[in-house]
Design a protein around this ligand. Sequence first.
Ligand code: AVJ
Length: 315
Amino acid sequence: MDRFLTADDLAKTLRQDVREGLEAVPKTLPPKWFYDERGSGLFEEITKLEEYYPTRREREILIARAPEIAAATGARTLLELGAGSGEKTRLLLDALHGTLRSYVPVDVSGDFLEDAALQIAADHPGVAVRPVVADYEQHLHLLPNGERRLVAFLGGTMGNMPPAARAGFLAGLRATMGPEDALLLGADLVKDEARLVAAYDDAAGITAEFNRNVLHVINRELDADFVPGAFEHVAVWNGAEEWIEMRLRATAGRAVRIGGLDLEVEFAAGEELRTEISAKFRRARLEAELAAAGLELSDFWTDAAGDFSLSLARC
Ligand code: AVJ
């Protein structure tokens, strides 16, 4: 397993993110810190909720289009950014079996990566599995290059990046791609506000727990004294930006001490901390953002209901 990111690097980034985010006005925290073991488990539960359609819709598209994706790309290497989406990976690997020689799952955490890689290697003899621990916003240029690579970035995760970060990410990705490479990008689509909000504020309260999990992570990793139960989960649609925002609202005024940073932050009663944006796209905007990065949209597929999209793009 190649490691471009150590546990130390991660710890340092967490400290920086938390200090910057909690000193900012309004307060923010980046969504990448949701995903410790508990958070990853909660996200798995989210993907099975009635209200949370993206995972099911993306799977539907992949089932329908994997043969076309395989035929169009003839990929020899599959690079999966933010791996761990086990079932989707399997659909792609099965469809690509005629041409695929290597599979490179990329994730910021090595914890699940190694086991998942062993499992996939066992199921796909003939495919070399080379997991890489890296941050795809920093280490794209370090990923293995080779011929006919298909870079898969699924799940709508690009929507968690603000527009400027997205532009930088796509341009950085484009810079590593050659004429035979392709990008397979999953993106959620703009739709009825009530459905969008319900997808991020489910009746069972799983998403609320997932949202509050970032406070548990900071308590544990940075010796903080957040009382997660004193924060309410908020999901709102920002129509101007076309993204969902998740926030944590302090139910009462209080000071929080982050021992590991020697920092104390005040929350006013009702003050909101933004923990995630999840941008929703229209085809035209996706096409324009890809083009701005030097990538041309060659295929655009949606599920039957038009809820989610998969794009195939090339240099
Ligand atoms: C990780 C991008 C798939 O933005 O929909 C799910 C994370 N947040 N519910 C998304 C998430 C709240 C998610 N993705």
